[in-house]
Design a protein around this ligand. Structure first.
Ligand SMILES: Nc1ncnc2c1ncn2[C@@H]1O[C@H](COP(=O)(O)OP(=O)(O)O)[C@@H](O)[C@H]1O
Ligand SMILES: Nc1ccn([C@@H]2O[C@H](COP(=O)(O)OP(=O)(O)O)[C@@H](O)[C@H]2O)c(=O)n1
Ligand SMILES: [Mg+2]
Length: 242
């Protein structure tokens, strides 16, 4: 379980000659990465026996969030909750909100936050895991505040896949998953929504020192090598208390 660590800073600094350190230097210096992670882990005070470790995975449409989440799940054992997948499942299950959700997705607009947060909540409650990747959420300040109000937990880590727009458009037009929103018209709206509504959320977490920006161009493996040291360092914190 991910729990508060008493003296992570000293543990982490003694870890600085490891393989992890070499890898981490690609993203940050190891010292600055581990200092940040130790601070965040120290701020993670478990009020009850099992408090989940939450990672928000953000980035524009087509930036590679889902692709990298699969790798994080395989390597670090997180449970992946994609807000978009949960909403699409709701449409497929003919729920009362299905038609409204479908319209929002077709238009590239954002579904009312309470609904999305309730789906995420259900996903978290039905899992035995205590490490979650929440992918494509929060996309707006309203999403963010709604999560805080309903779930009442702050994310430990926020990943931001930073990808040039032309690359995202190219990927979306080649995604080939039969999605109703992977067409040029909807993509244009989604990019505008990202800039107007999602970037402020990213800035919010940057100011709070929780943001890890990943340069999301290159091969999937190259990008994962920027992601890996972040979770490796958190795992090291976790092992230190066991
Ligand atoms: N590094 C990459 N280089 C090229 N294509 C990629 C890369 N990462 C993901 N893709 C492809 O781009 C498309 C969008 O990726 P996806 O993970 O679904 O992004 P998101 O969840 O951010 O919309 C998919 O078809 C995926 O296979
Ligand atoms: N937090 C969220 C996430 C997705 N969505 C809707 O679902 C669509 C698809 O989201 P997604 O996360 O699957 O999209 P990608 O960024 O993975 O391409 C979005 O364009 C929104 O219409 C939402 O309303 N609120
Ligand atoms: Mg996705």
């Amino acid at each position: 379980m991910w729990r508060r660590v008493a003296s992570l800073s000293s543990f982490l600094s003694s870890y600085s000659t490891s393989f992890v350190a070499q890898t981490a230097s690609r993203l940050n210096t190891w010292e600055s990465l581990t200092t940040r992670i130790a601070q965040q882990a120290n701020g993670f005070i478990a009020p009850k026996e099992k408090t989940p470790f939450i990672t928000f995975v953000l980035g524009g449409p087509g930036s590679g969030k889902g692709t990298q989440c699969i790798k994080i799940v395989e390597t670090f054992g997180f449970t992946h909750l994609s807000a978009g997948d949960l909403l699409r499942r709701e449409i497929d299950s003919n729920s009362a909100d299905g038609a409204m959700i479908l319209n929002k997705i077709k238009e590239g607009k954002i579904v009312p936050s309470q609904l999305t947060v309730k789906l995420i909540q259900k996903g978290m409650e039905s899992s035995d895991n205590d490490k979650f990747l929440i992918d494509g959420f929060p996309r707006t300040e309203e999403n963010r505040v709604s999560f805080e109000q309903i779930i009442g937990i702050e994310p430990n880590v926020v990943l931001f896949f930073d990808c040039p727009e032309e690359e995202m458009v190219k990927r979306l037009l080649n995604r080939n998953q039969g999605r109703v929103d992977d067409n040029l018209e909807t993509i244009k709206t989604r990019l505008k929504v990202f800039e107007a509504l999602s970037l402020p959320v990213i800035n919010y977490y940057s100011q709070r020192g929780k943001l890890y920006t990943i340069r999301a161009r290159g091969t999937e493996d190259e990008i994962f090598e920027q992601v890996r040291p972040i979770f490796t360092a958190f795992e090291a914190c976790h092992r230190a208390v066991e």
